[in-house]
Structures are given as structure tokens and as C-alpha cells.
Design a protein around this ligand. Structure first.
Ligand SMILES: NC(=O)c1ccc[n+]([C@@H]2O[C@H](COP(=O)([O-])OP(=O)(O)OC[C@H]3O[C@@H](n4cnc5c(N)ncnc54)[C@H](O)[C@@H]3O)[C@@H](O)[C@H]2O)c1
Length: 271
């Protein structure tokens, strides 16, 4: 009998992931908010066994117990965690559950999440002691291939858990911090920010190592909240610098509009 996939958490990443998967295989969505669910479809397929349970809920102190109770509810063969999680979450989940747990961080931004999920290679990783590791890895990579998404396995989940925060969202925040600092210096000396940065544009074009970011305020719900998953004092400076920048430049929240409107060169105006 056909098995179903279940996507849990029908928010900014869960709904696009459900839409992509359900074009190719039998998949249903589940959310604590019933208004987000297709209840008719959910009931229709409730008797089918669950192949993969896709976790797309926000990380919190309750995350492990939430995934454990979702595992009991749907009894899947494999769990794939698409959420951004605190380091070692996959290890803890694997230690408490007898099915293979795959960590597969998600990249993309809300307004174009479907195309971003398809565009980026979906990295994933399993613990060394995961049961049926090879089979689970093949099953997941076959699913991604079916959905026309490239996949790449990493050696262990901790590498990917750290990558999502340290070299993706926090790195982005760190670069914007530098734009904020350089804007404060430009203002102090009454020089034009863009003119000052034009000196670096050519170096960036040649070497690719001087990206100019616009000096806005870091809002959204990834860069700053993800710092709380790390508890790293140095990375926490990103939040401190961002907060103190807003006090000094109260209009910081609308600076991006100038760049988006005028199409001035900067790298965070494109994301
Ligand atoms: N939004 C993004 O651009 C983005 C990008 C990459 C990664 N992520 C990560 O993806 C995860 C989810 O983020 P999001 O932006 O989609 O969140 P969201 O708030 O948009 O959606 C989460 C959904 O999960 C539901 N939910 C929460 N707990 C549940 C439970 N126990 N059972 C069933 N449903 C539950 C909520 O009702 C909500 O509908 C987070 O870890 C986030 O960091 C988000």
C-alpha cells in the first residue's frame, strides 16, 4: 500500500515544502492551527502509514518533546528536521528515538521560498549510529531527486547545524554589522557612505572579498533569533551592535528602502 509523507508546521517553510513534495508524492500537512490544514485530505489519508515525517516547526525548549510526541502520533519510518535547531539537537533526538533522524537545514527567504528551496542544494546529515542509515539516506535523496532538488550529504549533523547558524545567518548579520559601523564612522566625519564604499567596489569585483551591505537595521526572524540557538558570546555582539545602531540611527529600519528603490549596489538589497 502507498505510504504518505507528513509535513508538520505549515508556516513559512512548511507550506512551501508541502507544496513541492505533494506535486510528486502523497503528502499531507499537519499544524496545531487547524485553519492552516486541508482537513478533508488529512482525514482521507489518515489510515495510510507514514514514510517520512517532515519537521518544520520553530525550535524552542519544547522541541525535543514536541518531535517525540509527533513521532508517536504519526509513527513514521524516518524523521527529517528542516527547522533551524540548536547544535546537537539531532544527536539528542537520535539518542531517544529508534528510527533514523535526518537533519536537513533549509535555506531561502519567505517571499520566494518555493523557488529558493528548489534552487539551493538541500544538505542533510545523519548520526553515525542512526539505524538503517544507508537506506534512510537513499530514501531521502531519492525524494529530493524526484522533486528536482539537488542534495548533498554531510559527514555529521553537528556540521550542518553549525553551518546554518555560523556561516549562513550569523555571517550575514556580521557583514551588516560592519556596514552599520562604517556608516557611523561616515556620519561622524560627514562623508557619503556610498561614495566611501565605491573605493571597495572595484576590489570586490576583482577579488570577491569586499561585499558592501546597506547599513540598515537587522530585523526579520532569522539572523537575530538564531543567535539564541548558539549561546556564543562573540556572536551575540551582532545583536548588541544592531540594537545600539538603532539608538544612534533611529531611521535605520527604513534605510533599505533607499537601496531597493535606487537599486544602489549593495549585497543585502538583493536578499
Ligand atoms: N521563514 C524562513 O525564512 C526560514 C528560513 C530557513 C529556516 N527557517 C526555520 O524553519 C523553522 C520554521 O520556521 P517558519 O518561519 O516556517 O515558522 P512559522 O512560524 O512561519 O510556522 C511554524 C508553524 O508551525 C506550527 N507549529 C508549531 N508547533 C507545532 C507543533 N508542535 N505541531 C504542529 N504544528 C506546530 C505553527 O502553528 C506554525 O503554523 C524555524 O526553525 C526557522 O528558523 C525559516
Amino acid at each position: 500500500m502507498t505510504k504518505k509523507h507528513v509535513v508538520v508546521g505549515l508556516g513559512e517553510i512548511g507550506l512551501p515544502i508541502l507544496k513541492i513534495i505533494s506535486k510528486k508524492i502523497q503528502a499531507i500537512g499537519y499544524d496545531t492551527n487547524p485553519k492552516l490544514m486541508d482537513n478533508k485530505k488529512y482525514e482521507k489519508f489518515s489510515n495510510l502509514d507514514t514514510s517520512i515525517l517532515h519537521i518544520c516547526i520553530p525550535f524552542s525548549k519544547k522541541f525535543l518533546s514536541q518531535v517525540t510526541s509527533l513521532n508517536k502520533k504519526f509513527k513514521p519510518e524516518i524523521i527529517v528536521v528542516h527547522s533551524t535547531v540548536s547544535p546537537y539537537t539531532t544527536q539528542k533526538l537520535q539518542a531517544s528515538l529508534s528510527i533514523p533522524i535526518i537533519y536537513s537545514a533549509t535555506r531561502g527567504i519567505h517571499k520566494r521560498m518555493i523557488s529558493d528551496v528548489k534552487k539551493y542544494t538541500k544538505f542533510y546529515a545523519l548520526e553515525k549510529n542512526a539505524p538503517k542509515k544507508k537506506w534512510a539516506s537513499q530514501t531521502y535523496s531519492r525524494l529530493l531527486k524526484k522533486c528536482r532538488i539537488n542534495s548533498k550529504i554531510m559527514s555529521e549533523p553537528i556540521t550542518l547545524e553549525l553551518a546554518k547558524i555560523v556561516v549562513d545567518t550569523s555571517y550575514y548579520g556580521w557583514l551588516i554589522n560592519y556596514a552599520q559601523l562604517s556608516n557611523l564612522i561616515a556620519k561622524e566625519h560627514k562623508v557619503d557612505y556610498d561614495e566611501m564604499w565605491s573605493f571597495s567596489d572595484e576590489i570586490h569585483n576583482l577579488l570577491g572579498n569586499r561585499p558592501k551591505m546597506y547599513p540598515g537595521f537587522i530585523g526579520g526572524h532569522c539572523v537575530i533569533p538564531n543567535l539564541d540557538l548558539m549561546h556564543n558570546q562573540t556572536l551575540n555582539l551582532i545583536k548588541k551592535i544592531n540594537d545600539s545602531y538603532l539608538k544612534k540611527i533611529p531611521k535605520a529600519k527604513s534605510i533599505n528602502k533607499k537601496y531597493v528603490k535606487s537599486k544602489k549596489t549593495s549585497y543585502n538589497s538583493k536578499v
